[in-house]
Design a protein around this ligand. Sequence first.
Ligand SMILES: NC(=O)c1ccc[n+]([C@@H]2O[C@H](COP(=O)([O-])OP(=O)(O)OC[C@H]3O[C@@H](n4cnc5c(N)ncnc54)[C@H](O)[C@@H]3O)[C@@H](O)[C@H]2O)c1
Length: 375
Amino acid sequence: MNKPIRLGIVGACGRGASFKTACDAVQQVAIQAVCDTDAERLPGARERLGARQQYTDYEEMLDRAELDAVIIGTPMQHHAPMAIAALERGLHVLSEVTAAVSIDECRALVAACKAGKGVYMMAENYTYMKPNQIVKELARQGLFGTPYYAEGEYLHELKHMNEHLTPWRRRWQTGIDGITYGTHSLGPILQWMPGDRVVRVCCEGTGVRHSDHTGAPYSQASSTLLGKTARGALIKIRVDMLSDRPHAMTNYQLQGTDGCYESSRGGPGDRNKIWLRALSRELAWTDLEAFQNLKELADKYLPEMWREQGAAAARAGHGGGDYFEILDFIDAVRGTRPPVIGIHEAMDMTLPGLVSQLSIADGGRWMDVPDSRSW
Ligand SMILES: NC(=O)c1ccc[n+]([C@@H]2O[C@H](COP(=O)([O-])OP(=O)(O)OC[C@H]3O[C@@H](n4cnc5c(N)ncnc54)[C@H](O)[C@@H]3O)[C@@H](O)[C@H]2O)c1
């Protein structure tokens, strides 16, 4: 029997806490320590998460808590420095998205991964959502033929969060033009195009349409990135965290030579729908949920992990995504298999957004996206 992985969670009063349910469900980790700069709320978080130790200083936790691994659930601008500090101490890292907030930080993070012996994995949980996993499995089995077009959108109005709850978003998510938070949209798409990556992007925006409570302008309301992949596919990513409209954070499309997929856009009666030449000669949609419920199809095309552990996963929250994410991280830490979203996959998901910020500042010019494998 393997010893439980001793875990520290930083950002424990915020997003970091939401990993608790999945940690309990997988039963192979012990939350040893929690860390948060919010000293007032920290004792409550420690209790809720069942940790023995608490710290307000991250580096002190790393040095004193005798950890094997950390989960980083702090605001975006801390992800890369915190991951690097842990990797330098030989620890394993599961980091919230995005991996970093600048290309220089990306380079430093890749260098730390190369130098350190710990595993780095990015917690891109939208890739684990059940519909996205089914599409991934269908793509893996070649049922879309050659994928050549995809879209992802993250439309999540959060001005109220800027002002009151999570003020860091004001600068890092809605204070910079371009795609600041693109991994939930691009992450699943890249998994549907295995072996491919975005090599060039351009980006444009709608202009500034909102100002904050002080009257200062926010970034442009909606930004759209166009990306070309190494294999010639076209990807469109739209991020909008300012426009007044119903939320729709999981909008996706995929088009291949032999099939296509369109997720529900969340409107009344809208459904995830799919067309595959292998299943229907007629060019007509099938409801993805109906598709899952057709037993003979589900047996064949539901990813194995969902067939075997779907019930346990569902209990762990976020539609099972958190559960499988933690399981994958544990497998990577134990050396059973490489992390599903290791450092280079994390860079493939993060760098196009960062380059899009340079493109939009330069009139929407097409720009190359560096390949972290060559760094
Ligand atoms: N994957 C997802 O679905 C998802 C959902 C929500 C948030 N997130 C990500 O999680 C991160 C946190 O978001 P949030 O909404 O929980 O923000 P938040 O501000 O509510 O929580 C962040 C926590 O980190 C703490 N913190 C800040 N700086 C710290 C430091 N230097 N050391 C220790 N603790 C520190 C804060 O006190 C706070 O409790 C962000 O990167 C966000 O993008 C991801």
